[in-house]
Structure formats: C-alpha cells, structure tokens
Write a protein that binds this ligand. Structure first.
Ligand code: NAD
Length: 279
C-alpha cells in the first residue's frame, strides 16, 4: 500500500501474547480492521497500539513503542483475570471496534519514570518504566546513599529499593507496603525492600512520595553486581556508580474509552471485588 492511500486512516498495531484466547481476539480484530477503510494495520509508527493479553503484555507494548510516546495511544484487551491497564475483556471486542470507529483522538495520560544509570566506567544507560524500577544487590546487603533533590537523606541498608510511578503504585510497590497513589498526582514513590533497622543502622522505614521535578539518586557504596529491574525486564550490572530517577517529560497515553473507568474503581475491582454488606 502506498503512503498516499493510507492518508487519513488510523494506523493500528495489534500485538498479542501467546495465549490461545489472545490469538483468537487478535485474529478477529485483524480481520475486521483490515476490511474497514478507516484503519490501516501496521506495526510501524502506529497511532494506536492494541495490546491483547494482560498487564504484562501492555508493559511489553509500552517498551516496544516507548520511542514514539508523543504520538501513540494504547488500549488493552484482557484475556485472563482483570487487568490494571486493560479496559476491555476478550468478549467485548465488538464494543472496542465501535469505540475505535467513533474515536476522535482523545486520550488519558499517566506519568512515566525516567531512569539514568551511571556505571563506574562512565557509561550512562537510560530507560523508562511504566510501573517501577528496582535495584537490589546480588552478593551482599545493599548499602547505598539515598539523595533526594540534592539532599543526602539516608544511608540505606537492606535488600534494595523500588521507585514506582503512580500507576505502578498498585503493582510491586503495593506488595512492598507502599501507598496507592492516584495518577493525577504526578509523583514518584521510593519504597524499601527489606531494610535493615537496628541500633546501628537506620532508614526512614516508610515509603516516600517525591513530587514532580524532584530527583531521587541512589549511590551504591559497594562495588559488585546489582540486579536492576525495569517493569517486566531484569538486568545485571557490575559496578553501578549512581542511579537517578525522575518523572519523564513524556507520558503514556491511553485511548479515552467509555470502558476506561475511574482509578479507584480499578483499584477496588482488582483488590477488593464485590463489597459484602453483612454485619
Ligand atoms: P506478571 O504478569 O506475573 O505480573 C504480575 C502481576 O502484577 C499480574 O497479576 C499483573 O496483573 C499485576 N500488575 C502488573 N502491573 C500492575 C499494576 N500497575 N497494578 C496492579 N497490578 C499490576 O509479571 P510481569 O509481566 O513480569 O509483570 C511485571 C510486573 O510485576 C512488575 O512491573 C511488578 O510491578 C510486578 N511484580 C510484582 C511483584 C510482587 O508483587 N511481589 C514482584 C515482582 C514483580
């Protein structure tokens, strides 16, 4: 198809995980959107990415298209249990198609985390996270200075630290005892992973919510190997000199669908379920 003939069409990428149910949804969406003159199916520079699977698939879709966050919008279809980033269930595909046909380009956007890792040899590695980034020491207790907006805050000792986004606050951060943060609050959350606290060593012991534009820096005091995670990816780095975390200038945009329910609704559905009224 030539560039001329796709002008005015919405460019849509469909990506799915390996589950049978996800492939079935993907092939239905593919055949309907392929035959609709309003859409052009392509994995290259799409306007809309339809992720089919669960939150893990949406995280992968985010990383696949993070270089074009300015222009791309995401929509998730869930093929398992309820997901956090997924608006549609697998049996609601017809509704999704109608929403895409009626779509006027509106979006709902959420903050993303920017991570800058400086290695001892001077190399700088950058990444973005939709949920969180963690750092843990492999060999020994992690000892690291925590600096918040250029203020030396504490010397942390323990397994590691997590920095999460507001939408990531309901993921690993929640399991670590962090707070749930509404995504209109553009802030990062620093949460401890098994800190050492006794008469000799002291950490704050609570998670910290750091506002937009402030920077969190972690300076490991010991050379050695560190396990660093960015959402669903894990890396091992030797000799990490410093890791800086800030809110990224770019946000993730989701297609504003009638199914995109309020944040508190999603939190309730994921963690509380039906509310019992028995006394
Ligand atoms: P996965 O698919 O096994 O996901 C783990 C669970 O986390 C799934 O139930 C998923 O629905 C849920 N989840 C993901 N993002 C969420 C969010 N923003 N809010 C609420 N729930 C969310 O594993 P994966 O694909 O590798 O996903 C990676 C994510 O798993 C990480 O970003 C991390 O947040 C989470 N995780 C959690 C723990 C924990 O809770 N102890 C440990 C490691 C990773």
């Amino acid at each position: 198809m030539t560039q001329m003939s796709i002008t005015g069409k919405k460019k849509v990428a469909i990506i799915a995980n390996g589950k049978f149910q996800s492939k079935r949804v993907a092939s239905k969406l593919f055949s309907v959107l392929r035959d609709d003159h309003a859409f052009y199916l392509t994995k290259k520079n799409p306007d809309i990415v339809i992720s089919i699977g669960g939150d893990g698939m949406l995280l992968s879709a985010f990383h696949m298209y993070e270089s074009i966050l300015d222009k791309v919008r995401f929509v998730g279809v869930h093929t398992g249990h309820l997901g956090f980033y997924t608006d549609y269930r697998d049996f609601e595909v017809d509704e999704l198609i109608e929403t895409l046909r009626a779509d006027k380009g509106e979006s709902v956007s959420y903050p993303v985390l920017n991570i800058r890792t400086t290695l001892a040899d001077g190399r700088v590695l950058t990444a973005r996270a939709l949920n969180e980034a963690t750092i843990k020491s492999i060999e020994k207790t992690m000892v690291a200075d925590v600096i918040i907006n250029h203020v030396q805050f504490e010397c942390f000792r323990g397994d590691g630290l997590s920095v999460s986004t507001p939408t990531g606050s309901t993921a690993y951060n929640k399991s670590l005892g962090g707070a749930i943060l509404h995504p209109t609050i553009e802030a990062l959350q620093l949460t401890e992973i098994s800190s050492l606290n006794n008469r000799v060593y002291r950490t704050i012991g609570s998670s910290l919510i750091v506002p937009k534009k402030d920077k969190i820096e972690i300076i490991p005091k010991r050379l050695g190997s560190y396990t660093m995670s960015v959402d669903n990816k894990t890396f091992t780095h030797k000799n990490v000199a410093k890791v800086s975390y800030q809110i990224d200038p770019k946000k993730i945009k989701f297609v504003a669908t009638p199914r995109h329910t309020s944040f508190w609704n999603r939190v309730r559905e994921a963690f509380i379920g039906e509310i019992g009224h028995e006394i």
